[in-house]
Design a protein around this ligand. Structure first.
Ligand SMILES: *Cc1c(COP(=O)(O)O)cnc(C)c1O
Length: 367
């Protein structure tokens, strides 16, 4: 029995002792204002500052992360919440060169003109980088879309020595699949649009940290800029979170079964999956991740073959994003990712695995 299993089970029952007649599930509270007479008091004073539906999800996620958690209306808002309030002109940041592109886009377009320097390094090379002089190290492991991996604990130790904050984008693994804070990161964040919500119907994000001063700074920033989630979306994400363990387990089980079969298929030029012994960081993945994840990187001969596969496979949604309960795929170079034209990110879903494999392999055979 792992710690994270215990944590998830307890999270599910954190609301199991309500008052007689009280609803067991969190209420959606669509409030811009709360009754406040005389001197303002209590946790709920204005809708931009706090909301009971947010509190319920932040408590649940906080339990899972074992850290103070702040929710946002998108993963990128969570990324922004570490950049804007925690960096100042003159600060230097080491950022992944091969992770989620919009994180670099935000840095380049809006942070660089404010006098913040961003140096880019490939995910697999961060561990070798000299971290002296950096204020923040921002990693994403496994990276989206290449699924490269870096050693969180080793980088955390180096970052601490250099006086830099380590931020880990944990989107591809969720708090169930990888525990960046336990490995020494100062902040973990995720796009919960992906597997955490898992139903492809809400954009969402969160940050978590065990440093109260950092948490207060990010929470105040949210309050002041008003980048706040709707209580309705928050409720949906809370509902999604409660089946995360079931879904994530099934998705990882499926991906672990599919990856070696895909790797053996003659129509694919390359298959990258952290669970395959051929992955250059397979041993590190086995050590620092509790599962190998639900993403598999496939390289077809070219764009035409990749597109034919996605068009013809009956059990595949063609969509950007990943982590949903339906298997989906996309050709990443269409967004400018520096990958081959035939590179497809396959997001393995929760379907029963044998019909899924049958559909995938039958389609591959016709390419
Ligand atoms: C999708 C994604 C984001 C951005 O999340 P949104 O919810 O789309 O704003 C950030 N990081 C990673 C790794 C992602 O995959």
């Amino acid at each position: 029995m792992s710690d994270i299993d215990t944590r998830f089970a307890r999270m599910l029952h954190a609301r199991s002792k309500p008052a007689q007649g009280e609803a067991l599930q969190p209420a959606i509270v669509p409030a811009s204002v709360y009754h406040q007479a005389g001197d303002p008091s209590g946790p709920y004073q204005y809708g931009r500052w706090s909301n009971p539906t947010w509190t319920a999800l932040e408590e649940a996620l906080g339990h899972l992360e074992d850290a103070e958690t702040i929710i946002f209306p998108a993963g990128l808002a969570a990324v922004a919440s570490v950049f804007y309030p925690l960096l100042q002109p003159g600060d230097k940041v080491l950022l992944h060169a091969d992770g989620y592109g919009a994180t670099r886009g935000l840095a380049e377009t809006y942070l660089k003109p404010l006098g913040i320097t961003f140096d880019l390094t490939a995910t697999g090379m961060v561990g070798d980088h000299d971290l002296a002089g950096y204020r923040m190290i921002f990693i994403e492991t496994p990276s989206n879309p290449g699924l490269d991996i870096c050693d969180i604990a080793a980088i955390a130790a180096k970052a601490r020595g250099a006086g830099a904050l380590l931020v880990a984008d944990n989107t591809t693994m969720t708090p169930l699949g990888q525990r960046p804070l336990d490995l020494g990161a100062d902040i973990t964040l995720a796009s919960d649009t992906k597997a955490l919500n898992g139903h492809s119907d809400v954009l969402f994000g969160h940050v978590a940290t065990r440093d109260a001063a950092l948490a207060a700074r990010m929470r105040d920033w949210r309050k002041m800029v008003g980048i706040i989630p709707s209580p309705f979306d928050t409720f949906l994400v809370h509902r999604g979170l409660e089946t995360l363990e079931l879904r994530f387990t099934r998705m990882c089980d499926n991906a672990e079964k599919l990856a070696p079969r895909l790797a053996a298929h003659p129509r694919l030029k390359n298959v990258v999956y952290p669970g395959l012994p051929s992955h250059p960081a397979h041993n590190l993945a086995a050590r620092q991740m509790t599962r190998f994840g639900s993403l598999i990187a496939l390289t077809f001969a070219g764009r035409a073959e990749a597109e034919r596969f996605m068009e013809d496979c009956p059990l595949l949604r063609q969509a950007t994003s990943f982590g949903g309960l339906h298997t989906s795929a996309e050709r990443r170079s269409r967004w400018g990712d520096k990958v081959a034209d035939g590179f497809v990110r396959l997001s393995v879903g929760c379907e029963p695995v044998e019909p899924l494999w049958q559909a995938i392999s039958a389609t591959l055979d016709t390419i």
